[in-house]
Design a protein around this ligand. Structure first.
Ligand code: NAP
Length: 252
């Protein structure tokens, strides 16, 4: 028996990277998953992989900065699978290089807030009314180690957007606990996704390893295992926390 048997889960940004590892993990544990992204080819690949090993998945496409598109995806999932019981609001990215605040462009700042904080807000806004009506639900947000302490490698706009996600998570957890809804946040340090494997040069990866008490970088599965714990009844009395999946590079 799986830890998420029969549950319906939407994982935004699961066409690749961390989100795809979470979708695969949830499906292995018996959830019916909506795999989401914009790249339809990548989406179809993740859905096919899940189905090949006996899981159940559908692919859905939306820009998470557009509320009407998220609403359309939610209705689509409700029709094809049923009401969303677990939401992992994972879609997001960095839009700007690190550097002094005054050199951060206004466009880069706005894109960072829009593509992370506003996207997470809009996704939860779409799914929450159904969860409240059913008096049951589980929401997981994704922040970043960038938002846990100032660091020269962290773009200030991205860090600020992700810090907003942490406060939104805790504020929401306080609002909706009485409706049987838990809300928690995962805050990863550098994770070796396909994209990071390509973009971070080997020598920089080695330097980064040295900054982690556990001497390796994270994997998408490290985050997926944590998401599984938070999504399952194993964590039934935990809400409003921020979990650093960081190899000890961030503590407390
Ligand atoms: N990797 C890390 O080291 C790390 C560390 C800390 C936090 N994080 C956070 O973890 C999350 C996942 O990161 P990742 O590294 O796995 O990223 P990734 O490999 O670049 O994948 C990002 C996913 O999000 C989707 N996405 C992004 N913006 C979207 C939008 N506006 N509308 C719809 N889909 C959108 C992408 O869809 P398409 O590609 O299909 O368009 C893709 O599925 C992000 O929130 C990121 O900030 C990552």
């Amino acid at each position: 028996m799986g830890k998420l048997d029969g549950k319906i889960a939407l994982i935004t940004g699961s066409s690749r990277g961390i989100g795809s590892a979470i979708a695969r993990q949830f499906a292995r544990e018996g959830a019916r998953v909506a795999v989401h992204g914009r790249d339809t080819g990548a989406l179809a690949g993740v859905v096919a992989d899940i189905e090949r090993v006996g899981g159940r998945a559908i692919g859905v496409t939306a820009d998470v900065t557009r509320f009407e598109q998220i609403e359309s995806v939610r209705r689509d999932i409700e029709q094809q699978l049923g009401p969303i019981e677990i939401l992992v609001a994972n879609a997001g990215k960095n839009f700007v290089p690190p550097g002094p605040l005054e050199e951060t462009t206004e466009d880069g700042w706005r894109a960072s807030i829009e593509g992370n904080l506003t996207a997470t807000f809009l996704t939860i806004k779409s799914v929450l009314p159904g969860m409240k009506a059913r008096k049951s639900g589980n929401i997981i947000t994704i922040s970043s180690a960038a938002a846990r302490r100032p660091h020269p490698r962290s773009p200030i706009a991205y860090a600020s957007a992700k810090a907003g996600i942490q406060m939104m998570t805790q504020h929401l957890a306080a609002q909706v606990g009485e409706f049987g809804i838990r809300v928690n946040c995962i805050s990863p340090e550098t994770i070796l996704t396909e994209r990071n494997e390509q973009q971070i040069p080997d020598n920089v990866q080695q330097q980064l390893v040295g900054t982690h008490p556990i001497r390796r970088l994270g994997t998408p599965d490290d985050v997926a295992q944590t998401a599984l714990f938070l999504a399952s009844d194993d964590s039934s009395w935990i809400t409003g926390i921020i979990v650093d999946v960081a190899g000890g590079a961030v503590m407390g």
